[in-house]
Design a protein around this ligand. Structure first.
Ligand SMILES: [Zn+2]
Length: 479
């Protein structure tokens, strides 16, 4: 096929999309990167953390320049529409090329962060782009805790400059970010054999979105909404199952719950749910596709939670904070937040996975302490993982100044500098290599981490041109 410009970028991007590469399943994409580099005559290694490190000497005439690291991540978030039959662990994506946007049929596109891999290989392949010595660092499993970046050896970061290609808004340079922490809660439950009317309640069609950069938007969390619906039921119920959300870093769009109630209470139960549903949706007018369905109730015997256990669990779940906790005192952005991402009712406990973020490390730990206290009050336990520091902004680095100058020369206007309420690997990498000056850029990618993800083709072209111009300018900066 004929690819849009820049053709090399979209050719590599198409190849990447043909390889399943969700987080935790990066062997194939890693092998592709190593083989492709070998084919291009570029030095290529993979480390124990699953990162790929590729090194290309400076372009001819740029040998004196200080080296530059280009960085992106290997993995993508796999999410699909409920009716999409694709198995994202085994099948490549079905790309949909529109005039302005590239997307994937029924699934996430993985523009986050396939576009970084594609641009890196287009540069490695290029013969006519002036650039400093390049290290391409493609990290493993960024989306599920930045394990690759955490496991990277510091000596791989032997350059003064790092350009991260994992941002999603053209013209915005990200120069700082929030840190994060994952909490896995385990809440005790008591089950017993019980009979009654089995009700299946399904929330679907919520907007969802990125649990960091979209957490301040008026979006419903399917798990929180479900807890509120169930708590509105006036009579005792017995929970049987709860499946809500798919990832801690995605605002949950769906939740399915089954519970038993006494047959004579059915009308009251349905009325209470319906009234609460209307009240919630009135407060969230943006959730225009929200669906709440109740399956035709059936008589059933289940190994269900006791009424007391159900009530205690719902009370604890409602106590858990969710969403933005504090806003930054001067910037119009969240400072501390959390997303109640995944709820799973197991045979012996309720599992809740939450992702906490803050640009203030202590505020993150204070929020964690508050959640731990609520959990321990309910005799539950909390496991913490994936702790990473905030990336604090360092103004006026040479990299920042050069990038601003190049941007102005191309577009006759300054870029916007921002810090974001999401994790970027720059924080982890900069903590390992204090000399490192970092900046994060990328083309416009809309609704990342959702099946509606789409990459702006013209924006990718401009971002590529900007990246090449920046490298050309950095090639004149002596080591
Ligand atoms: Zn990303």
């Amino acid at each position: 096929m004929t690819y849009p410009e820049p053709q090399a970028v979209f050719r590599y991007f198409t190849e990447i999309c043909a390889i399943p590469h969700g987080s935790g399943q990066t062997d194939a994409i890693r092998e592709y990167c190593l083989q492709t580099a070998k084919h291009l005559g570029v030095s290529a290694t993979a480390d124990e953390a699953g990162n790929v490190i590729l090194r290309k000497p400076a372009a001819s005439g740029c040998e004196q320049a200080a080296p530059v690291i280009l960085q992106g991540h290997l993995d993508m978030v796999c999410a699909k529409l409920p009716d999409c039959p694709k198995n994202m662990q085994t099948d490549g994506l079905d790309l949909v090329w529109d005039t302005d946007f590239l997307s994937a049929q029924g699934t996430t596109l993985g523009g986050d962060d396939g576009i970084a891999i594609a641009m890196a290989f287009a540069l490695l392949e290029s013969q006519d782009i002036p650039h400093p010595p390049l290290t391409v660092l493609l990290t493993n499993d960024e989306e599920t805790g930045m394990n690759g970046a955490s496991g990277l050896a510091a000596e791989q970061l032997d350059a003064p400059y790092l350009i991260n290609l994992d941002s999603e808004e053209e013209g915005i340079f990200t120069v700082g970010c929030a840190g994060g922490l994952r909490l896995a809660l385990s809440l005790p439950i008591v089950r017993e054999q019980a009979s009654g009317t089995l009700v299946t309640l399904t929330i679907s069609g919520l907007c969802g979105g990125h649990s960091g950069v979209e957490i301040h938007k008026p979006l419903l969390n399917a798990n929180r909404m479900m807890a509120e619906l169930l708590s509105a039921i006036p009579s005792p119920i017995r929970l049987c199952s709860w499946e809500g959300g798919v990832r801690d870093n995605v605002i949950p769009t769906d939740a399915v719950v089954q519970f038993l109630c006494t047959p004579c209470m059915m009308t009251d139960v349905l009325d209470a749910i319906s009234a609460k549903r209307n009240a919630i949706l009135t407060a969230y007018p943006e959730e225009t596709n929200a669906q709440l369905s109740v399956d035709i109730p059936v008589k059933s015997t289940q190994f269900a939670l006791t009424k007391e256990s159900t009530a205690a669990l719902l009370e604890t779940l409602l106590h858990l904070p969710n969403g933005v906790q504090t806003m930054h005192p001067t910037l119009q952005m969240p400072e501390t937040s959390l997303n109640l991402g995944v709820f799973r009712l197991k045979s012996d406990c309720m599992e809740v996975t939450a992702l906490l973020r803050s640009s203030v490390n202590q505020a993150k730990y204070d929020l964690a302490d508050a959640i731990i206290a609520i959990t321990e009050q309910a005799d539950g336990q909390v496991a913490c993982s994936g702790d990473y520091p905030a990336w604090e902004y360092q103004p006026n680095t040479l990299l920042e100044q050069t990038a601003i100058a190049v941007y102005k020369s191309l577009y006759s206007k300054p870029p916007i500098l921002q810090t974001i309420h999401a994790g970027l690997e720059c924080g982890i990498l900069a903590a390992k290599a204090p000399q490192l000056q970092c900046i994060s850029i990328g083309p416009d990618i809309l609704e990342i981490h959702t099946p509606r993800e789409r990459l702006s083709i013209p924006s990718a072209k401009r971002t590529w041109e900007f990246l090449c111009a920046l490298l050309e300018r950095l090639a004149t900066v002596k080591a």
